[in-house]
Write a protein that binds this ligand. Structure first.
Ligand SMILES: [Zn+2]
Length: 476
């Protein structure tokens, strides 16, 4: 009997959610239960446990996260901002949101940079036929057509480069600092090494260098170079910059042990004028349409591999979470807004444009909470949160129902992710979905970041965890 009533109630809720005015549909249904109620225990406690169970079982048994990701990776495998692939991804995002029955689906315009890799990427040992596997860093200038040649100087830090004084002048600077393998959190290891990639060319230029070669950001030793954004500084010369595979980096370091090494570098990448693109936005409209729980990831990805983990997985998490919330019969009180951000990888223009466009709403405090997924599609562990102390402890209890699935962690974090970090002045509750990080940098920004690297069930669990937290925050 309970089962029949339960199913009937689900059907009523589902129908209510699907029909017109959310206000009228809510008048007939009991109030939804949020964490504050949850803290009181009893029936509310049971409701949240049941909600988590339902979302997880639906995601595992009948989930669509993997199909959504496959669809994106097939439609727009290469979708660096400003490219034709990125425009296909925008259209895909718009169509997919409509297909999933989201409301107020729209593209919000944003101008993005347009960097083009070109066909030529070659690093060779002068006087031999030996070549290294490299990839230009996003934003890099190209070299003269014949390439540029120079002696190599290797450093592990900017400090070491500074101490070389004039010895780097006219040379190719090779930044060979490892990601610290002793750290459990590979994002922390990445954080300790990635300044070589983002600022290497600046330091190389300051030292009088003519090019920058950066060890790829991974703890694996293989022959796949990892790209990523780099920067220049006004007033300093721009020098070409590439990432070398870790195997290549080891080889280069070994050659330097033996004596002087000269390399020739040829790159045909270049920057074109900015072009128009868009963030894609869709909603589940709540009873309080002016209070928003935002979930998001970034639609753009690097132009090698398919961006399956970075951040196709985040996009699939968000879209599948929106679908799960709808079909599970939940009618969140607050509006849940899904934002597929453009240009996280090389400019963050989408995140800036979102804040600019919604400034008035943001200043009125309409954004109650935001959750970002941009750490891959691996086995979820839980979330990190900008909340502190008592609020964090409360949130830890909110995700307790996820604990039996080993994804109920709620740890102290900073801002959830790069895109939603721009909401920080206006929104106090920022969360990041935290999957296991052990394998992320095996794939990140490389040709290996493909569909095959994503596990269907792990991806589905991430979507369920996201759907759970978003729906509970929307009801709080
Ligand atoms: Zn990303």
């Amino acid at each position: 009997v309970r089962l029949v009533f339960g199913l009937a109630a689900c059907l009523v809720l589902w129908t209510a959610c699907r029909t017109g005015d959310p206000r009228s549909s809510h008048s007939a249904i009991p109030p939804r239960l949020g964490p504050k109620l949850y803290l009181r225990g009893g029936a509310e406690h049971d409701e949240l446990n049941a909600r988590a169970d339902r979302l997880v079982s639906m995601a595992l048994a009948n989930g669509q996260a993997y199909e959504i990701l496959e669809d994106l990776c097939t439609t727009a495998p290469h979708r660096l901002a400003g490219s034709p692939g990125a425009e296909r991804a925008v259209e895909w995002g718009y169509d997919t949101m409509r297909r999933l029955g989201l409301r107020n689906v729209r593209r919000e315009a944003v101008m993005v940079p347009r960097w083009v890799r070109g066909d030529i990427e070659k690093l060779s040992l002068v006087g031999t036929a030996e070549e290294f596997k490299i990839t230009a860093l996003g934003g890099s200038i190209g070299t003269p057509a014949a390439g540029l040649a120079g002696e190599v100087v290797m450093v592990r830090s900017f400090e070491q480069l500074k101490q070389l004084g004039d010895k780097a002048r006219g040379k190719i600077v090779f930044f060979n600092r490892l990601m610290n393998p002793a750290l459990l959190n590979t994002f922390a290891a990445y954080g300790g090494a990635v300044d070589q990639r983002s600022r290497g060319p600046i330091h190389a230029a300051r030292a009088g260098g003519i090019a920058a070669i950066v060890r790829s950001m991974t703890t694996l030793i293989n022959d796949y170079p990892h790209t990523g954004a780099t920067r220049y500084e006004a007033g300093l010369p721009k020098v070409p910059a590439v990432a070398i595979s870790t195997k290549g980096a080891e080889r280069l370091a070994a050659l330097l042990q033996e004596g002087t090494v000269s390399l020739n570098l040829q790159l045909s990448c270049r920057t074109l004028p900015d072009v128009a693109s868009a963030n894609v936005v869709g909603e589940i409209v709540g009873m309080k349409p002016n209070e928003i729980v935002l979930i998001g990831g970034h639609l753009d990805a690097w132009d090698i591999g398919q961006g399956a983990h970075d951040d196709g997985a985040g996009i699939a998490h968000c879209l599948e979470a929106m679908r799960l919330i709808q079909v599970s019969g939940l009618c969140p009180k607050r509006t849940i807004r899904c934002v597929l951000y453009m240009n996280e990888e090389n400019g963050v223009r989408g995140a800036r444009a979102y804040v600019q466009r919604h400034k008035q709403d943001l200043e009125r405090g309409t954004h109650y909470a935001a959750i970002e997924s941009d750490r891959g599609g691996f086995r979820p562990r839980g979330f990190d949160s900008s909340a502190r102390d008592e609020r964090l402890a409360e949130l830890q209890r909110v995700v307790e129902p996820l604990r039996s699935y080993h994804m109920g962690a709620m740890i102290k974090g900073r801002h959830g992710g790069v895109d939603i970090s721009f909401l920080r002045p206006y929104c106090r509750l920022l969360f990041g979905l935290v999957p296991s990080s052990q394998r992320y940098f095996d794939f990140h920004h490389s040709d290996l970041d493909r569909m095959e690297a994503v596990n269907e069930r792990e991806l589905a669990l991430g979507a369920a965890a996201l759907a759970y937290l978003a729906s509970v925050l929307a009801d709080e």
